[in-house]
Write a protein that binds this ligand. Structure first.
Ligand code: NAI
Length: 344
């Protein structure tokens, strides 16, 4: 039986993987994968990792020397993997899509919750405070949603926005052919959108895409939603934009330095990240801890695809869900569509 070192394991992971696994010996490890914890993978054939594990070159070399042959990311994003270090040593597979609707619906929950201040109303009514002063939102109907990244999740979110009767403007360097929504350049999207939602992967090119310069082009009071990756936004600049009213509210499921805190209970510690503390102190910031994917359907899809990726690897067949450093260079679509077999 092949053995898998399963890092950053949570109770919901164990439940969803145990429900569908009957042929792997899974060692669930609570710690995150780092160069310090990579040693635990000794004797394992595969490693299963998640969004905030740190798969840097040191960790990859340790796993390689431990005999690990494949890294199965149980997520879509992979900005935490040093592919160059893994190339020709350990193959990397991922789950490109599980439930884009799970993430799009969470983005919608952040948008409506933020706009109609549901989090404030919840706290008030729990305290028998039935005042509605200060809870005014705006109609989404007729407003413009700017969608950055029109892949699976971006398109699902566009459908949601249309359901609200919103006009959609989209930006993507690789536009969908024959799209039935309008593409525009980033400047126009920034200046015309009442809501901006991020649905693109984090790459070297778009790191801190939403910064001071971008904020200076936006409509005053814009609502900013980020369910993609935290480092797409410069959080120091976001704090300024929230302070001066450029951004009317931010719904964030991700944060640029989330790796140290998200998925953990830090309530008994003094928060050491000042930007995170400041964001959480703002009345118009609604922050969740990278839970947009967290639905029963998505967890089931993640478990099934991760195990079938491993089956394909160990059977020696094609790896349609493999990623390598060439994908990382931004040519992922070309690479994936044209490639059969394996990267190496
Ligand atoms: P996808 O691969 O289907 O689509 C991504 C789209 O972004 C593609 O159309 C691509 O051309 C576009 N893109 C690439 N660079 C861009 C840029 N600089 N500006 C604008 N668009 C760009 O990916 P999918 O499944 O839609 O996921 C999107 C992102 O959502 C993932 O990369 C991941 O970071 C995030 N995600 C977050 C989850 C959560 O729980 N919060 C769960 C799953 C994904």
């Amino acid at each position: 039986m092949k053995k898998i070192a399963f890092y950053d394991a949570k109770p919901y992971d164990r439940e969803s993987f145990d429900a569908v696994n009957d042929h792997y010996d899974i060692m669930y490890i609570e710690s995150k994968l780092t160069s310090q914890t990579a040693v635990i993978s000794k004797g394992c054939d595969a490693v299963c990792a998640f969004v905030n594990d740190d798969l840097d070159s040191e960790a990859i070399d340790i796993m390689y020397n431990n005999g690990v042959k494949v890294i199965a990311m149980r997520c879509a994003g992979y900005s935490n993997v040093d592919f160059k270090a893994a190339y020709k040593k350990i193959n990397v597979v991922r789950v490109p899509a599980y439930s884009p609707h799970a993430v799009a619906e969470h983005a919608a929950a952040l948008l409506t919750g933020l706009n109609r201040k549901i989090y404030k109303a919840y706290n008030r009514t729990r305290d028998f405070n039935f005042s509605i002063n200060g809870l005014t939102g705006f109609d989404l109907y007729g407003k413009t949603a700017g969608i950055i990244g029109t892949g699976k999740i971006g398109q699902a979110f566009i459908e949601v926005c249309r359901g609200f009767g919103m006009k959609v403007l989209a930006y993507d360097p690789y536009p969908v052919k024959d799209a039935d929504f309008e593409y525009t350049d980033l400047d126009t999207l920034f200046s015309q959108s009442d809501v901006i939602s991020l649905h693109c992967p984090l790459t070297d090119e778009n790191n801190r895409l939403i910064d001071k310069k971008a904020f200076s082009r936006m409509k005053k009071g814009v609502l900013l939603i980020n369910t993609s990756r935290g480092a797409l936004i410069n959080s120091t600049d976001l704090l300024e934009a929230l302070k001066d009213g450029t951004v009317g509210g931010a719904g964030l499921d991700v944060y640029e330095e989330e790796g140290d805190f998200f998925f953990k209970d830090c309530s008994d510690k003094i928060m050491q990240d000042d930007n995170l503390s400041l964001l959480l102190s703002k009345p118009n910031v609604l922050l969740t801890s990278h839970q947009a994917f967290l639905t029963e359907e998505a967890l089931d899809g993640i478990a099934r695809t991760t195990l079938s990726n491993l089956d394909a690897f160990f059977a020696g067949g094609d790896l349609p869900n493999e990623v390598c450093y060439q994908c990382e260079t931004g040519k992922i679509e070309e690479c994936r569509n044209n490639r059969k077999g394996r990267c190496f």
